[in-house]
Structures are given as structure tokens and as C-alpha cells.
Design a protein around this ligand. Structure first.
Ligand SMILES: Cc1cc2nc3c(=O)[nH]c(=O)nc-3n(C[C@H](O)[C@H](O)[C@H](O)COP(=O)(O)OP(=O)(O)OC[C@H]3O[C@@H](n4cnc5c(N)ncnc54)[C@H](O)[C@@H]3O)c2cc1C
Length: 238
């Protein structure tokens, strides 16, 4: 994993004096980049993708073999070997697994244009481009990512509905934070609907309507789903 944890681990090994061979493997087609600005500066059009790089000069100078755009597909611990996409394999003495998180997706939704998730730079740039069409935005899930997407969409003047199946936004942080977050969204002009989830999407090739669990129908052009992540460790099972 060549993101925040991976690059920090590699830099720390060098700083602590490790001078053996170091290989960094990352399946995204980029040098390490920061994700926090994706839902903020990128969606609001304040930054372009180039500004996201994490310490680009240090990464360039880091003495390591950088296998960027390569996926670790399986690990054999008995002979300490990693299977890579493209057919190569790599022997190791020590392995740091820093493959982070991957998106949870809502099962059963039709594949329509206008349906987005947000995890990578490409995801954020695609949503940003969609914002330029002045869509009516539906955000599904009022955790950190959903709340930030709603705020960024409002910041660029879009009409936003935010649905959350639980009783308040950010509910794992407790009712006080939830009430404060709900008030912030209301004051910011977001149509926040708690206790409601997405039941389905309809449209001819692209999103036109959302069906919600309270049987209401919402006309919408752009849906951004933010229903959490899970550890990206599935590849270790193969
Ligand atoms: C839109 C957004 C906004 C955020 N905002 C904030 C914020 O404001 N504040 C905050 O503290 N945190 C925020 N976060 C969370 C923060 O980005 C993460 O905590 C951080 O990225 C975790 O870093 P990581 O290196 O552990 O994992 P990740 O960033 O998930 O990186 C793992 C990397 O490993 C790669 N990978 C996965 N599997 C393989 C494989 N088999 N082979 C090779 N490579 C693989 C992945 O593609 C990825 O590049 C945000 C996240 C997102 C998506």
C-alpha cells in the first residue's frame, strides 16, 4: 500500500537506519497522495490533483523500488513470497501490510451514470466535474464523508439532500455531536432527512430519481454514496 501509512513506514525505516532493499507496492496509478482534501478543496474546485502529493520530493528521493500501479494479489507466508499483478512475484524478509480501506457499496443499485462513491483522486475529480453541470445532489450517508460532500456541494451553490438511516448525522460520535452536525447541515441549507435510507435508483441510463425507504421519491441528478469503508485485506485470503 503506497498511501499515508505505507510511505510513513518506508520513511521511518530509512530514518531509523534500515539500509537494506526496500520495495513499495501501490495499486493506484499515483505516487502517494492525501485523501482529506478530496472531499473539501478538490470538490470545491480550490485545488487540482497535483497539490495532493504527499512530500513528493522526499518520495522521489527515497531509496526504494517503487512499484506504482502494481497490486499485491496474494501472500505465501511459508516461503515469504508476494504474488503481484502482471505475474511477477517478490521474495521478502519483512512485510508491512498498509493496504488501508476500501469502499462499502450499496448492493443492488443499478449502474447508472451520476452514481458516485468517493475514495480516490479519480472519484473526487469525477464528482467535481459532475458538480459543474449544476446537478441536484443526493448524498447517502451522513458520516464524515457524506457530511463533507454535502457541505462542499453547498459551498459551490448546489441543491443538496442528505439521507441518513440513523437518528442523526455522525451518530457513532454520540447524540450531542449528532445534534450539532444536524444543525450545521440545516443552517447550511441542506435538506437533511434522518431515519431514511436509499431504497433504489431509477433513470434511463443515468440517475433521474431516488426511491427512499419512507416511500418518498426524490428527483435528483447526482448521487454520492458515503456509507463507510472496510479493511482492504481481502487479497490476503487468496
Ligand atoms: C474523501 C476522504 C476524506 C478524508 N478526510 C479526512 C480528514 O479530514 N481527516 C482525517 O484524519 N482523515 C480523513 N480521511 C481518511 C484518511 O484519508 C485515511 O485515514 C488515510 O488515507 C489512511 O491511510 P492508509 O495509508 O492507512 O490507507 P489508504 O489511504 O486506504 O491507502 C491504502 C493504499 O493501498 C492501496 N492498496 C490496497 N490494496 C492493495 C493491494 N492489494 N496491493 C497494492 N496496493 C493496495 C490502496 O489503493 C491505497 O492506495 C479521508 C478519507 C477520504 C477518502
Amino acid at each position: 500500500g503506497a498511501s499515508l501509512a505505507g510511505i510513513n513506514a518506508a520513511e521511518t525505516l530509512r530514518r531509523l537506519g534500515y539500509d537494506g532493499r526496500l520495495v513499495i507496492i501501490g495499486d493506484e496509478p499515483h505516487a502517494p497522495y492525501d485523501r482529506p482534501p478530496l472531499s473539501k478543496e478538490i470538490l470545491q474546485g480550490k485545488w487540482t490533483g497535483e497539490r495532493l502529493s504527499i512530500r513528493p520530493d522526499e518520495f522521489e528521493a527515497l531509496e526504494a523500488d517503487k512499484l506504482i500501479g502494481i497490486r499485491a494479489q496474494a501472500v505465501d507466508m511459508s516461503d515469504r513470497r508476494l504474488q503481484l499483478s502482471g505475474g511477477d512475484s517478490l521474495a521478502f524478509d519483512g512485510l508491512i501490510i498498509a493496504t488501508g480501506s476500501e469502499l462499502r457499496r450499496i448492493a443492488g443499485l443499478p449502474e447508472l451514470a451520476g452514481l458516485h462513491y468517493l475514495r480516490t483522486m479519480e472519484d473526487a475529480l469525477a464528482i467535481r466535474r459532475a458538480f459543474d453541470e449544476s446537478p441536484r445532489v443526493l448524498v447517502v450517508g451522513a458520516g464524515f464523508i457524506g457530511c463533507e460532500v454535502a457541505a462542499s456541494a453547498r459551498a459551490v451553490g448546489l441543491e443538496v439532500t442528505l439521507v441518513e438511516p440513523l437518528a442523526s448525522p455522525m451518530s457513532p460520535l454520540g447524540p450531542e455531536v449528532g445534534q450539532t452536525a444536524a444543525a450545521l447541515q440545516h443552517d447550511n441549507g441542506v435538506d437533511l432527512r434522518c431515519g431514511v435510507s436509499l431504497a433504489g435508483l431509477e433513470g434511463a441510463g443515468r440517475v433521474e430519481r431516488a426511491r427512499l425507504s419512507d416511500d418518498s421519491i426524490l428527483d435528483t441528478d447526482l448521487v454520492v454514496v458515503g456509507v463507510g469503508v472496510r479493511p482492504a485485506t481481502g487479497w490476503l485470503d487468496s
